[in-house]
Ligand binder design. Structure first.
Ligand code: GLY
Length: 356
């Protein structure tokens, strides 16, 4: 088993990456079992694929375990669902010793993590990501939260898990397009932090059928762990993880959540952000082309024609949430990123031409 350390003083934890890890989770967690209740928070489909098996293993090893399911999609990140989890946990006689296992993609991890952060002022939880995106990004770093009518992730907390268990073989049970949509986040890690990794991924994408997920996941987790260890509360460095996200989020909101997957929207957002980096004089034309060609190796859905002006209000909305400052992530080269507040509306509008 390969292990990566997230260094956060008393909140430090490990990310375990290993094919077949799922079957060993209950024995690894045995040391942490002191007779408390263990609640798996997941979704029906994921319980059927992996969760019931995990619960069986837990019970077999003497764990007092139960489960709660959430609906699929962003609907799970609502105040209603959050409050339903808390009520169910009370009904199940959960207390401050209860431990949550968040089994799922980004949505499950966010809600289950926030339930852990707030139930009786905070209880332990573990992340068991099942989507590529969650394996390399959302399960690491403690961002938890829910959506409210006024916007996404407006209620939440940075609350670190006790460990993250990544089993890349889980991806084999998921629809291929769902897995592939997360590859953009892996390209992102190379683009912002590791030129050699970027080239390796770009090369590997020429033959998607034999792509080695485990290796790519491991390196991505290492990069994320390193960045989070240096800037847990996103006061500076951590912002570079949002490369491609400003325009990506806006595209996602414009086309509708669920219509364009998060990873796909971010991939398009990275092309735009790469183009902007070149226009600002930070990224060489060749490097931008390299980035674009690499992203275009992914089977991204074609975007329906859109009016570029309709994208800007979503970006302004993002800006509003950051004291009027848009921390736009640009590349200073392949493998190096920084943020700037100086990206004009015109530049953003023109960048959208690159993806139409
Ligand atoms: N997903 C970006 C971050 O965790 O900071």
């Amino acid at each position: 088993m390969k292990t990566i350390q997230v260094n956060l003083g008393s909140r430090s934890y490990q990310i375990h990456v290993e094919s077949g890890l799922m079957d060993r989770i209950s024995s690894i967690l045995s040391e942490e079992n002191h007779g408390q209740k263990w609640i798996i928070i997941s979704q029906h489909r994921l319980m059927e694929l992996f969760g019931f098996n995990l619960m069986e293993n837990l019970k077999h090893n003497g764990f007092n375990s139960d489960y709660i399911t959430l609906p699929t999609g962003e609907a799970a990140k609502s105040l209603n669902e959050f409050s339903r989890i808390i009520s169910q946990m009370i009904e199940m006689n959960c207390d401050r010793s209860t431990t949550i296992l968040a089994l799922g993609g980004g949505v499950v991890g966010d809600v289950a993590g926030f339930a852990a952060a707030s139930f009786m002022r905070g209880i332990d939880y573990y992340q068991i990501p099942t989507s590529l995106l969650a394996m390399v990004d959302s399960s690491i770093g403690g961002k938890t939260g829910i959506n409210i009518a006024e916007g996404k992730n407006l209620v939440g907390a940075i609350y670190q898990p006790k460990s993250v268990f990544v089993d890349p073989t889980l991806l084999e049970s998921l629809p291929r397009e769902e897995v592939i949509s997360g590859l953009g986040e892996i390209i992102k890690y190379g683009a912002i932090q590791d030129n050699a990794f970027f080239s390796e991924i770009s090369h590997a994408l020429d033959n998607l059928e034999s792509f080695s997920f485990e290796k790519a996941i491991y390196r991505s987790c290492e990069i994320k762990a390193d960045i989070v260890s240096k800037d847990e509360y996103e006061e500076g460095l951590r912002r570079i993880l949002n490369f491609g996200h400003t325009i990506g989020h806006a595209l996602e909101a414009h086309f509708g959540y669920g219509k364009l997957r998060h990873g796909e929207a971010v991939s398009y957002g990275m092309i735009c952000a790469g183009w902007i980096s070149n226009q600002l004089g930070n990224l060489l034309k060749n490097d931008y082309q390299d980035l674009k060609v690499t992203i275009e190796k992914l089977p991204l859905p074609l975007l329906n024609k859109f009016d570029q002006n309709q994208i800007l209000p979503f970006i302004k909305n993002d800006k509003k949430n950051m004291s009027g400052k848009l921390h736009f992530v640009i590349l200073d080269g392949l493998g190096s990123a920084s943020t700037t507040n100086d990206v004009s509306d015109d530049l953003i509008l023109n960048s959208l031409k690159e993806i139409q």
